[in-house]
Design a protein around this ligand. Sequence first.
Ligand code: FE2
Length: 287
Amino acid sequence: MGEFRCSDRTLLNDWHVIAERSALSSHSPFVTKLLGRDLQVTLDGRYSQKVVALETGEIICSDMRYGFIWACLAKPERDIIYLPETNEPDRHLLSGGSIAVKVSGLRAVENFLDMGHFPFVHTGWLGDEPHTEVLPYNVTITAEDEVLATECKFRQPLASPTASAEMLVDYVYRVFRPYTVALYKSNPLHPERKDVIVLFIQPIDQENCIVHSYLCYVSEGIEAAAVRSFMQLIFAQDKPILENQRPRRLPLDPRAETPIKADAVSVHYRRWLRDRAVTYGAIAHSV
Ligand SMILES: [Fe+2]
């Protein structure tokens, strides 16, 4: 089942991260997989790269941005997502690592959108008991066709490496593309600004993904290495939870898993995937 080839145009015509640039060597090609296809990445000098489909020898569209190598298996319909925060000179811009997870990438997006798990999975960091309630928040589909959740608030014991005390943290979530999601989180030193964490999720096949995280943190008071290790600490707590999810693919039938009020963003995300005919990594909604 996991080897199934992708036929979703939305995904085939979109850009996906397939490697972190700094992890590649100029001496040997790097082999990876995207949407069930084996790809080989070769660096071609410092600023360019060549991506080839191993099975056919076909050259695949590729690009380099945000420190990652990107590929589009068919015809790019849109550009790689634009992150305006990357132009602000006082931010750390870095990879938070690329971690293979044995679950559909759509499940990884949904878990990232879920505040309800904070007190149980990230106890002492992003939540603690008995403060388990997810307060009401808003979800909309934007003019750019993104899922946007705003006015999310959660009481967190240690929200960030620069947090020194418990704080009520403001979150905004944005699903840019089916496998790309960002979190905007209030900065402890400058609450009017937001630290940004983006997950560029590489669907290996329907039930396996690589989560590439990209961090855009206001740099005041914090070293890049601390931002990276905080992300890795939190994600190491998520990984076993994700890998225990069954089914490994995301069910899109609204009746498959009982939604509760706190899951508003998840309900919107699943509906948004259905409306865009995204089936890869999902269990399609039968009508
Ligand atoms: Fe988590």
